[in-house]
Design a protein. Structure first.
Length: 341
């Protein structure tokens, strides 16, 4: 058994306490310090974890020689500055998604982590989700046949943001899942959105991504919807999968359904056969994805291993969001991503 990795958490608002709970619970880490600008939030953290130190000054935490890792769960626009300061101070960093607000910033963080030999990991939590991993394994084993297209819905009512739009706030999850499942970057992106609540940021976005080999993906992300839905449909030539993250049981349903061409065309027209077979619900051991993510961070710090969701993974997602943002600003124009370099 190795010593637990001593970490400090910056940002204890909505999401931070979930990280705090996991970092506190896992044997691989020790939550030493919590930081937040809000004094009342720190009082709550001390009530939950009496042994934890608190500070409202992130530079106190970042400069603390006793800490090995810094976990950042502050608003997206502050990620780059805080992650940069932490890496410069020689800390290993786990930063919430998105890694940064531009690919330029993301590349700088990657280079810094590389030169300082520090772990830089991004909280693309769905890549640690056993259900998403099951779909990845189905695709990789050819169980779905050739993947035709993917449709993703991530909507709810509330948790309205005014500093970033639904693309940067919600869609990073879908983008990271798509790149993970398909093992490729999209070639082009186009996006439409609507700003209804404050006229400043899009509350709803519709993003279309086209991947090499012809896979098409559609993402609907919104905080202005009657119900909470986190649903992804993957349509393949042999089978189709519906992944409902909100379902308490049977998150994944594999439909043995497909449409096949029959023989040679008759008078130039193909005939089709619709196959509608069984629906399978694989049993998935649903460990908490955030716990797996936190354990992976600690393991990478101790072993020097590169995280699954490393800086390069963070950059890939940011590049797609950046392209989608350009498209949003050009009324849905198709934006090509081009090779990374
Ligand atoms: N993985 C997920 O499923 C998931 C879900 C929600 C949010 N998030 C991510 O978590 C991050 C935080 O989101 P949230 O919804 O918790 O936001 P939030 O506004 O509820 O909380 C952010 C907290 O950070 C504090 N803060 C801001 N700047 C600070 C600074 N310089 N130093 C110390 N504290 C500071 C604020 O006081 C606030 O308490 C975002 O990056 C978001 O994308 C991830």
């Amino acid at each position: 058994l190795t010593d637990p990795v001593r970490v400090g958490l910056i940002g204890c608002g909505y999401w931070g306490p979930n990280l705090a709970r996991n970092l506190h619970e896992i044997p691989e880490a020790e939550l030493v310090t919590c930081c937040d600008l809000d004094a009342g939030t720190l009082v709550k953290m001390r009530m939950l974890y009496p042994q934890v130190e608190t500070t409202s000054d992130s530079s106190d935490l970042i400069g603390d020689e006793n800490l090995e890792g810094v976990v950042i769960a502050t608003p997206a626009r502050t990620h780059y500055g805080l992650a940069r300061a932490a890496l410069l101070a020689g800390k290993h960093v786990l930063v919430e998604k998105p890694l940064a607000m531009s690919s330029h910033e993301a590349r700088e963080l990657m280079a810094l982590a590389e030169s300082r030999q520090r772990v830089l990991m991004v909280g693309h939590v769905f890549e640690y989700n056993p259900a998403v991993r099951e779909i990845k394994s189905l695709i990789d084993r050819g169980e779905l046949g050739e993947v035709y297209y993917v449709h993703s819905t991530r909507v709810n009512l509330g948790r309205v943001q005014s500093d970033i739009n639904a693309l940067w706030s919600i869609a990073p999850h879908d983008v990271s899942i798509l790149i993970f499942l398909l093992g490729a970057m999209p070639e082009t992106v186009s996006a439409h959105g609507g700003s209804y609540l404050n006229g400043k940021v899009e509350d709803v976005v519709f993003v279309v991504l086209s991947f090499p080999s012809g896979v098409l993906a559609h993402v609907h992300a919104s905080w202005l919807d009657p119900g909470k839905a986190r649903c992804m449909t993957v349509v393949g030539s042999r089978r189709m999968v519906v992944y409902d993250d909100v379902a308490s049981e049977g998150k994944i349903k594999i439909y043995d359904k497909g449409v096949y061409r029959k023989g040679e065309p008759i008078f130039g027209e193909f005939q089709y056969r619709v196959h509608s077979g069984d629906i399978a619900i694989p049993k998935i051991d649903m460990a908490e994805p955030l716990r797996i993510e936190c354990q992976h961070f600690a393991e990478c710090v101790r072993s020097g291993k590169r995280p699954l969701t490393d800086g390069a993974s963070g950059l890939r997602v940011v590049r797609v969001l950046e392209a989608a943002q350009q498209s949003l600003e050009r009324e849905g124009a198709t934006v090509a991503l081009g090779p990374e370099g």
